[in-house]
Design a protein around this ligand. Sequence first.
Ligand code: F6R
Length: 241
Amino acid sequence: MEKNIFDNYEALSVFAAEFIAKEIHQKREFVLGLPTGSTPIGMYHALCELHQLGKLDFSNVKVFNLDEYIGIDRSHPQSYYSFMTEHLYSRVNLKPENIHIPSAEAGDLAVECALYDKKIAWAGGIDLMVLGVGANGHIGFNEPADKLMSPTHVVELTRRTIEDNARFFEDVSCVPVKALTMGVGSILKAKKILMLISGKAKQQVARELLSGYITTKNPATLLMLHPDVTVMMDKDAACED
Ligand code: F6R
């Protein structure tokens, strides 16, 4: 696991975007796994800037998002589809058919989950999976638990995650309590992983991630099993002044 620490969030975001651009440039067709949340917003902004400057072409990039809420429509302003449309899809030259996000509107969610993993496999697997991490160690919406699901599946969100995400909704009672998420296995199948960690609230999770101990109580620690993970964090997350 390679660790990079940046002075601040802006530097982290720019370096993350440059890392992704470099990977995309190495392959004619590229499959990119993507997160939502506050952490990657700066990175998306930097990716869009590279695109506007003519330095990054998305025409041969397929994207697969990690997760989506169940219980709100795609058109809801807080759906992950809306988030991605605002921060990336509408700002770069991704082909509509190359945009993938699990659909909570599918009639049969179990079928949708199985199909999602198949679509990733049909695309050739994820070349680079970009991840954020929850303050409780969740990746995607794989919450701390005794057992974790490997494939894409339906999850119940923990109280902590619901409260963390309440900042985006009118109040906590409006936050969806379930979601569709890539499983830990779907994530670990990616050829390469880039994890972004920002802010003091993530210090403990960052420490555990680099501790050498693996536990399903902090799903991010499972990344230690992967041979090619780069962790980029700002000084706040790294406990450095
Ligand atoms: C969302 C996702 C989540 C977030 C995590 C951190 O697609 O995968 O695991 O990465 O909840 O969110 P922020 O960045 O808002 O702290």
